[in-house]
Design a protein around this ligand. Structure first.
Ligand code: ZN
Length: 391
């Protein structure tokens, strides 16, 4: 028993049932229509009001709300129902598109990323729908997270900006965090480096040729290192050289070579600081090699800024208090993680925390989530919502 009556209202059987149903409706990105129909009927069966909003009616997003936005803050819970395809069905021990409960786990594509989390959010609406909330509780059940969010959260955020969807004061994104409080996310910048050499016949490679591919190799060795910068909420930035192009024929010394850098950033970095850092490393090579000639290419328009919500936000504090109440030491999530839809809410100034169970084998075979963890997530959500909405 917990001191919070709402935590004790979490119903494990109801949770498992809705999560299992969500997993049992295939919804690879682009094919979300049917699973959204299920969400709509689940809400309608419980008299929970919702609206549908979409760029493409075949790829809807459902915004369902309970409570009274005039009485206090609006909390939105965001979860995506699209999943990645199954590339190796023979490696699965059960049908990936059937929610299978086995050994206290729910197996299936999307069980961990992140249909169970959406199941938690739906049950929160059901649990709190008759409470006298001092504010409103919404879910934003979205399509298209795995492939860029244009039909999903990007659309929803644009509708918030346009005044067509109520603007949340706080958003909880249900991606996995292992019950740590994820308040920040790395950003990203793509940078190409063009190396200039001098093409020649192989026979005279050592006489007139300057091999741009060899220069690129030196550049890669100079760049491919662990970056020492550390941000307490999000860890280290990352630089990875993920592509190379060079060579036109096996008897021609390449006069040009190009590498692709994927640079993940942390708060405090800027395009200028990132580019300055890359130049410094390459210039150090150039200082020892007069034939090391390079040029950078990048598009500041395509820079995703690292983003974070203040640790002092009432949303963060509420999660910390809830975790303590549930005998868990609150910790911030500082790991090697990718980007999520949280960036889009933070991008319009909404305090956003990612909180969810960590499943296993996301995007791989035999994806699963522990049912105990689904229940724990629901208890953490229940405690936090009751705290923020004064019930
Ligand atoms: Zn996800």
């Amino acid at each position: 028993m917990s001191s919070n009556q709402w935590v004790d209202k979490v119903n494990r059987d109801q949770l498992v049932q809705v999560c299992k149903q969500l997993v049992s409706i295939p919804s690879v990105s682009g094919d979300e229509f049917e699973v959204m129909q299920f969400v709509k009927s689940w809400l309608a069966d419980r008299d929970i009001a919702y609206i549908e909003t979409a760029n493409d009616p075949q790829r809807p997003n459902i915004i369902a709300t309970i409570g009274d936005a005039n009485a206090g803050p609006i909390i939105a819970m965001n979860g995506h129902l699209d999943v990645v395809p199954v590339s190796d069905a023979s490696s699965w021990e059960s049908d990936p598109f059937e929610g299978v409960v086995r050994n206290g786990r729910l197996y299936g594509r999307g069980a961990a990323d992140m249909k169970s989390s959406v199941g938690v959010m739906l049950t929160m609406l059901d649990m709190f729908r008759n409470a006298s909330l001092q504010g409103a509780l919404s879910v934003h059940v979205v399509s298209d997270e795995e492939r860029g969010a244009n039909f999903g959260t990007k659309h929803v955020v644009a509708e918030i900006e346009a005044g067509n969807i109520p603007r949340p004061d706080f958003t909880i994104v249900g991606e996995g965090s292992g019950f740590k409080i994820r308040i920040a996310e790395r950003g990203g910048l793509g940078v190409k480096v063009h190396f200039k050499g001098r093409a020649s016949h192989t026979a005279v490679a050592r006489v007139t040729g300057i091999n741009a591919l060899a220069k690129a190799a030196k550049g890669i060795l100079a760049l491919e290192h662990h970056l020492e910068t550390f941000h307490p909420a999000v860890g280290h930035p990352v630089l990875s050289v993920n592509g190379i192009q060079a060579g036109i024929a096996d008897n021609v010394v390449p006069g040009e070579a190009m590498i692709d850098i994927d640079r993940r950033t942390v708060p405090g970095e800027t395009v200028e600081s990132i580019i300055g850092d890359i130049r410094a490393k390459l210039d150090a090579v150039a200082a020892t090699d007069p034939d090391f000639i390079y040029e950078l290419e990048y598009d500041p328009e395509r820079y995703t800024v690292a983003n974070m919500t203040s640790a002092d936000s009432p949303l963060v504090v509420a999660f910390q208090e809830s975790l303590r109440e549930l005998d868990r030491e609150p910790e911030f999530f500082v790991e090697w993680a990718g980007i999520t839809d949280a960036r889009l809410y933070r991008g319009i100034g909404i305090d956003t925390v990612i909180m969810g169970a960590a499943g296993e084998n996301e995007h791989g075979a035999n994806e699963y989530i522990e049912i105990n963890d689904i229940e724990t997530q629901a208890r953490i959500y229940a405690a936090t919502i009751s705290r923020l909405l004064g019930v």
